[in-house]
Design a protein around this ligand. Structure first.
Ligand SMILES: O=P(O)(O)OC[C@H]1O[C@H](O[C@H]2O[C@H](CO)[C@@H](O)[C@H](O)[C@H]2O)[C@H](O)[C@@H](O)[C@@H]1O
Length: 270
């Protein structure tokens, strides 16, 4: 009996069939927060769902490449994920600017705009609603509003200030789930996914995500399909973001659903 995940689109079914036919040439990618890790109020407290590492340990030897592509620093994702001992896993952090593989971490120097943002943010946020907090990620700074009394209201109040600061410092604004991030432009999860797929000669690609920053990876899968490489877009669904579910081939219920998907893939490919 087949236990493979169900696709609601023909293209998604084709992508799953291609992964099943040649798993050792397949690339399977995951976002971290909201996909492998349940959303929590404090970003520093986020941890992978307890089922993730056991499930990835089963899947990784069966497929060509397993990658986590995240807005987090790669080292943070490895630590919070408990990924350090996962053989073969690649972690691309900061939307693809950082790479961790086999215990080796590659982190570029930040552009000067990041230091300027670090220096200016405290004044800019001086009158921000209580609960607004800054996460310093080295190559980028994220302004979180989840812990404000009215997170969406706080986010909208800050948006134009953050956008003006990004403009002045040559950075880009990356919006996400109750977060506005100031980060270097010129790289996104789609470019990162495509580059790794080309490097590994992937014959099929699956990517699972939950947030707006993951849409670039969906765009990459759409482009790969047009070029003849089958792909699958998976949505880890939530009430906070609906844009991914509208475009996904497979929709699962948050990180527990993603764990179930990984287990079903491992069952099917094993
Ligand atoms: O690409 P991702 O792995 O999804 O990272 C995107 C951002 O995720 C984190 O923030 C989100 O998760 C937090 C912990 O659950 C939550 O508190 C916050 O509201 C979410 O936006 C992370 O803190 C950011 O740095 C990432 O860019």
């Amino acid at each position: 009996m087949s236990v493979e995940p169900e696709a609601r689109t023909d293209a998604g079914a084709e992508g799953l069939a291609a992964i099943r036919d040649r798993p050792r040439e397949a690339l399977i990618g995951f976002d971290f927060d909201g996909t492998l890790s349940p959303i929590v109020d404090d970003p520093a407290a986020a941890r992978a769902h307890p089922g993730v590492v056991p499930a990835l340990r089963r899947l990784a030897p069966l497929v060509g490449t397993v990658v986590v592509i995240t807005g987090r620093p790669a080292a943070t994702a490895v630590e919070a994920g408990g990924f350090a001992d996962l053989d073969g896993l690649v972690v691309l952090g900061q939307y693809g600017r950082e790479r961790w593989e086999n215990g080796v971490l590659d982190v570029p120097e930040p552009p000067p705009g990041v230091a300027e943002v670090r220096a200016k943010l405290p004044r800019i946020l001086a009158n921000a609603p209580e609960g607004v907090a800054v996460e310093d990620k080295g190559l980028a700074l994220a302004v979180h509003t989840r812990r404000a009394a009215e997170p969406q209201v706080a986010l909208e109040r800050l948006r134009s200030l953050i956008e003006a600061l990004a403009e002045r410092t040559g950075l880009a604004v990356e919006p996400g789930r109750f977060v506005l991030e100031l980060r270097p432009p010129g790289m996104d999860k789609g470019a990162a996914l495509r580059a790794l797929a080309a490097e590994r000669g992937a014959s099929a690609v699956l990517f699972a995500g939950d947030d707006l920053g993951d849409l670039a990876a969906y765009d990459a899968i759409d482009a790969l399909r047009k070029e003849g490489t089958p792909g699958v877009k998976v949505c880890s669904s939530s009430d906070e973001v609906t844009a991914l579910a509208e475009r996904a081939d497979v929709v699962v219920d948050g990180p527990p659903g993603v764990v179930g998907l990984i287990e079903r893939l491992a069952d099917d490919l094993g």
